[in-house]
Ligand binder design. Structure first.
Ligand SMILES: Nc1ncnc2c1ncn2[C@@H]1O[C@H](COP(=O)(O)OP(=O)(O)OP(=O)(O)O)[C@@H](O)[C@H]1O
Length: 250
């Protein structure tokens, strides 16, 4: 009999099929992605790693509909997103995706609570108060809700960003270098919260990172080199990721 984890992982939340992304035209074209295929399953935490310029951010932007693909297809749930209009993509991102960025991207004039509730408000959804409370408590933000971002540490600001991303119960949470601006203690905390969202709430997470320690929180690591996935590592540890990266960077 299959374990719960195995069954859970069978549900495909996001799928990239032969995605090509070229910037510019003809002679000047830069091929950031050269035929990337990957499947992201429900409740799975994937880290994307690779040398600088290998296409990690481009891949995340294409998967989340921020950047149009040159060819290939991307599916979120049962929706093919490469054919959607700008308005449909905005709605999709707001309702079905969560985002955490390196630079936190909180609105400075809003309190932590207002920032957390913002995406749901924009989507016109009524907040689920018990889910709000669960997230706020699990991220240790209860005592900080009335503070503005400038009154919070970097780690607290990123926890607010994670709470904002989780509040709409997104099908997939995309994180681009979420610990890039944090000291190692705050970074460890944020990674622990992302891991907890996967383990406790079956959140699907796709995270770009340069850091082998951050990648070790994931269930698997996909390695990009020159716009192609060249390797995959399941059950990553810091040392295994580090060794694999050393080999790729040659
Ligand atoms: N808007 C753009 N216009 C032209 N070229 C671009 C654009 N965005 C990215 N590129 C190019 O595409 C390639 C992949 O870039 P990308 O930012 O995805 O790499 P990355 O792996 O995320 O890099 P890093 O780790 O340095 O952030 C690079 O050669 C980059 O110069």
């Amino acid at each position: 009999m299959r374990s719960l984890t195995e069954r859970k992982h069978q549900q495909q939340v996001a799928v990239a099929d032969e995605v090509v992304k070229a910037y510019g035209r003809r002679d000047n074209a830069v091929h950031a992605l050269r035929g990337v295929s990957a499947t992201f399953s429900a409740g799975q935490f994937t880290a994307i790693m690779g040398p600088s310029g290998s296409g990690k951010s481009t891949f995340l932007h294409c998967m989340s509909g921020l950047d149009p693909v040159t060819s290939g297809s991307i599916r979120i749930g049962d929706l093919e997103i490469t054919a959607l209009s700008r308005t449909e993509l905005t709605k999709l991102r707001r309702e079905r995706m969560g985002f955490v960025f390196q630079a936190f991207n909180l609105l400075p004039i809003l309190t932590a609570e207002e920032n957390i509730r913002l995406t749901g408000r924009l989507g016109g959804r009524r907040a689920d108060e018990s889910w709000f409370a669960t997230i706020v408590d699990s991220l240790g933000l209860r005592g900080r809700l009335r503070h503005r971002p400038a009154e919070l540490s970097g780690g607290q600001q990123q926890r607010v960003a994670v709470a904002r991303a989780l509040l709409t119960r997104p099908e997939v949470l995309f994180a681009d270098e979420p610990t890039g601006n944090l000291d190692s203690k705050s970074g460890t905390e944020v990674l622990g919260f992302l891991r907890n969202a996967v383990d406790s709430f079956q959140q699907t997470v796709v995270m770009v990172t340069h850091d082998p320690v951050a990648a070790s929180y994931a269930d698997r690591v996909l390695f990009l080199v020159d716009g192609r996935i060249v390797d995959e590592l399941s059950g990553p540890t810091r040392d295994l990721v580090h060794a694999r990266m050393r080999r790729l960077e040659g």
